[in-house]
Design a protein around this ligand. Sequence first.
Ligand SMILES: *[C@@H]1O[C@H](CO)[C@@H](O)[C@H](O)[C@H]1NC(C)=O
Ligand SMILES: *[C@@H]1O[C@H](CO)[C@@H](O)[C@H](O)[C@H]1NC(C)=O
Ligand SMILES: *[C@@H]1O[C@H](CO)[C@@H](O)[C@H](O)[C@H]1NC(C)=O
Ligand SMILES: *[C@@H]1O[C@H](CO)[C@@H](O)[C@H](O)[C@H]1NC(C)=O
Ligand SMILES: *[C@@H]1O[C@H](CO)[C@@H](O)[C@H](O)[C@H]1NC(C)=O
Length: 498
Amino acid sequence: MLQYVSLLSCALFTLFLSFAISRYLRRPNLDSIPTVGPGGLLTSYWGALVFLFHARETLQKGYTNYKGMAFKVPGLFYWNVILSGPKLVEEIRKAPEDYLSAREGFSDILKPKYTLGHETIHNPYHVSVILTQLTRNLAARFPDIIDEIKTSFDDNIQLVDYEWKSVPAYETIVRVVCRTSNRVFVGLPLCRDPDWNDLVSGFALDVVKVAVTIGLFPDFVAPFVGRLLSNLPRSVRRGMKHLQPIIEERQKNLDEYGSDWDEKPNDMLSWLMDEAEGEECSVQNLTRRMLTINFSAIHTSSINFTHALFYLAANPQYVEPLREEVEATIEEEGWSKNAIAKMRKVDSFLKETLRFEGLSFVSMLRKAVKDFTFSDGTLVPAGSMVSVASFPTHRDNETYENADVFDPFRFANEKQVKEQACQQMVSTNPEFLTFGHGKNACPGRFFAATELKAMLAHIVVTYDVKFENKGLRPANITFGAANSPNTKAKIMFRKRVV
Ligand SMILES: *[C@@H]1O[C@H](CO)[C@@H](O)[C@H](O)[C@H]1NC(C)=O
Ligand SMILES: *[C@@H]1O[C@H](CO)[C@@H](O)[C@H](O)[C@H]1NC(C)=O
Ligand SMILES: *[C@@H]1O[C@H](CO)[C@@H](O)[C@H](O)[C@H]1NC(C)=O
Ligand SMILES: *[C@@H]1O[C@H](CO)[C@@H](O)[C@H](O)[C@H]1NC(C)=O
Ligand SMILES: *[C@@H]1O[C@H](CO)[C@@H](O)[C@H](O)[C@H]1NC(C)=O
């Protein structure tokens, strides 16, 4: 027995060593870019492991020493080149896709072949549907959005009189976001179907789990690991059970009455069916696309919102200013997209949450597919990953006054309001990078912002919230560059006592 174990570890070590050496030989020459942390042949593996657990500190150190320039940190299989400063950020934004590729960067992280489907990344026609149809229809669909927010909070929290009730925060938010988004994606009654909701929210977690696991192995084993772990075919089959009858019914109406038939549902599924061409029109491929949209919509929004809810619960003094704003606006406008747009404090609260927290310590991820030279002479060789140090940028005192302080209304003071649109949550700039920046910025941000603002507005006028035992915010959970609130933490709700 012992023999086998030592034989096995010996084999593993040899394999590891040969990776290290072959990687080293293939590794593009990045010597001119300073390294943060260990960078030698074998020590860079140590550096890659350190980054998994101390990404925030590593990035801060790099930013402090090399602000406005490039530095690099080792990943397991490639170098990560990290940039900062408005000048370089603009250069990334403008770099052509065939040099610094957002698509390839995304692909490397999410392993779409085993998680979302290859076509989803390489023929992203749904992105333009999200940018145009979804964004344009926000006002028209707002009554449904707010209705679903109200009913799904009711259904999930189920309060009795004025009693406090403790609920798992993240799980509750995922349910609300899932139903609300799906009201706009597939409409009633499917958006309330438990199996559909379970599939869609579970799918996203599967994608991340599978992608992260495959990412721990070198490329040539990815197909084996991928096939072993992939849930994609099963998820698509399960989704088709729900969507097949709907798609076929709509297709029938389309064939019969043309693309503007009366009572054609005004939802994501319809918009996709309008846009899809050729093989993408099949039930299977439409289902896969719907799962992808869900994937991008649900957990990112839920994570961001849970952070915001935690700040609210830990700081009761923030509630009153929000309530006043929401009630005054609703009194004037009623619940509408327009009313939501006027809520500057609500917007600022969420924007500050995104500045302060964010899903990731880096953003604007790109893969260099050809050698690319920045204006300061930094050469990024093909094969490296490039990204921007968003966390240290967001916490830089030179950009944001008292950057280390969570100041919920910092974007809603008089001066900021005068500058109007450019200070709102959905506008991106080199110093606010949560959604990325430029043509690859998150296309769903207009929808997400409206949804999250409506949720926050609804919560402050409907409930009181707090942590159990006067608790403070629980610590975040981080892994590599990813940052998440504690997803197990509970929060207490009660019907608002006026
Ligand atoms: C996304 O997920 C929700 C629930 O998780 C589901 O109801 C909805 O139909 C899904 N939408 C798509 C497009 O897959
Ligand atoms: C889905 O799309 C892919 C690529 O466009 C195609 O190869 C495949 O045949 C399609 N599937 C179906 C069922 O049409
Ligand atoms: C949540 O934050 C991340 C980055 O921190 C951003 O990429 C994402 O688009 C945000 N999502 C929403 C819905 O606000
Ligand atoms: C920003 O300033 C505060 C106090 O003025 C200081 O405590 C903090 O360390 C500074 N942050 C950074 C990232 O330098
Ligand atoms: C994580 O949570 C703590 C509160 O425990 C907060 O102060 C900290 O700045 C958070 N964010 C990040 C990105 O580390």
